[in-house]
Design a protein around this ligand. Structure first.
Ligand code: PXP
Length: 250
């Protein structure tokens, strides 16, 4: 094993989702990022979507200026977003597929279809010393091609494994979880052999992540929804007490 402990990138997109729902000045993303940093995570992950449904351009600039940990900017290949990434210079960009109507990122990048475009993007980001990760299916051919194109890392899409492990796929759940886990393991082994950084993300919770961690092959986890959901529960007591104090002891 070439690292001691896996890194955690906390995806704070859904903190921004709560803000965008009402157009309020809160929750403050920099404040959230500072808490993440203080709690010991190594990275903030944000997805600047073309439809700007959660993270806004100003968030990206503010966070880059004010956080002391790495920024991993998830993004599509859209020229407009690429331009912003070049300007902001995050430590990492993670190229993801993006569809307007999706609830969240569905499936990995079609690396074969977009290989020419990806090679140019990777070359240009590398010139600017921005490391590039490709969000991909745990598929051996895709991992090999990502390496050929010069990516620094692959982030393995773990969504189907996680849904299976959460029994969210009905009767198929256990079979899908076992099949996807095997794909993740094989893809991670190949990535490691090729010298790629191997990251993983999508759908992890505190339970389903453990089996993947036990493989000792994943260097970095990018996790968002489960952390924000958990924060809503463990933070609720304090939030209620603060509001009670505001109305009863102003
Ligand atoms: N990694 C990538 C590339 C993603 O698109 C997402 C979702 O935005 C995540 C990680 C985090 O997924 P989740 O919110 O399910 O933990």
């Amino acid at each position: 094993m070439s690292w001691l402990l896996p890194r955690l990138g906390v995806n704070i997109d859904h903190i921004a989702t709560l803000r965008q729902l009402r157009g309020t000045p809160y929750p403050n993303l920099v404040e959230a990022a500072k808490i993440v940093e203080h709690a010991g995570a190594q990275q903030i992950t944000i997805h600047l979507r073309e439809d700007r449904r959660h993270i806004q351009d100003q968030d990206v600039y503010d966070l880059k200026k004010k956080i002391g940990i790495d920024m991993n900017l998830e993004m599509s290949m859209s020229p407009e977003i690429v331009k912003i990434a070049h300007k902001v210079k995050p430590e990492w960009v993670c190229l993801v597929p993006e569809k307007r109507e999706e609830v969240t990122t569905e499936g990995g990048l079609d690396v074969k279809k977009y290989q020419k475009k990806l090679a140019v993007l990777i070359r240009d980001f590398t010139k600017k010393k921005i490391k590039v990760s490709l969000f991909v299916e745990p598929d051996l051919k895709v991992i090999a091609l990502s390496h050929e194109l010069g990516a620094d890392a692959v982030e393995l899409h773990t969504g189907r494994y996680c849904m299976g492990a959460q029994k969210a796929l009905g009767k198929k759940s256990a079979t899908v979880a076992a099949h996807e886990f095997k794909r993740i393991k094989e893809a991670a082994l190949l990535g490691e052999k090729l010298g790629l950084h191997v990251h993983a993300g999508h759908g992890f919770d505190e339970i389903n992540v453990r089996k993947v961690v036990a493989l000792n092959l994943i260097e970095e986890y990018n996790i968002g929804h489960a952390i924000v959901c958990r924060a809503a529960i463990v933070g609720l007591d304090r939030a209620v007490r603060e509001m009670l104090a505001a109305i009863q002891a102003p």
